[in-house]
Design a protein around this ligand. Sequence first.
Ligand code: HEC
Length: 159
Amino acid sequence: MTVARLARRGRLAAPALFLFREGRRENAPMVERAEGLSDDDLRRFSRRLAGLPPPAPPPEAPDPGRFARGRALAGERHCPVCHNPDFSGREQMPRLAHQREDYLLKALRDFRRGTRIGYGGAMASELAGLAEAELADLAHYLAHFAQPSGPNAGMAGAR
Ligand code: HEC
């Protein structure tokens, strides 16, 4: 099962729990757990999660080729416009930096297949025309995200 890291998801946690509660996002264990939660419960969870420290990058170094392809794609597709240049997320746009790679890939596949709809369907159109391997490279890049700095901007050496 692919499970997300929940710390520092900005204000996303409440909307995500809302979608589970309303049965608008597919994931049986989450739908079951969100059932019966009040709007106040959702807001309380959201505040608790927002106060946790952000997740650390994974211990293993990224594959340089996949990292570079993912970074180029993210730039071409303007992912940072909504998710922030450091992928820390804002408002209803979730944090992507250092999220688990398997979770990111599942999310991207589900958006593309239309099984995760979200609010406005923005993500499905952002991913239009991308191949499976490109989604995997994007997930790899985001899971290992490093701030560009110095001559190896954004590469493994930056952290
Ligand atoms: C127009 C704004 C916008 C752009 C551009 C955008 N996103 Fe998103 N993204 C969103 C919103 C809004 C959500 C939350 C959707 C939801 O769950 O309902 C989201 C969710 C996600 C998620 C799910 C994260 C999680 O924790 O569940 C991933 C992964 C993601 N986006 C990756 C990307 C990538 C990669 C790109 C570039 C190809 C991109 N996004 C471009 C708005 C955007």
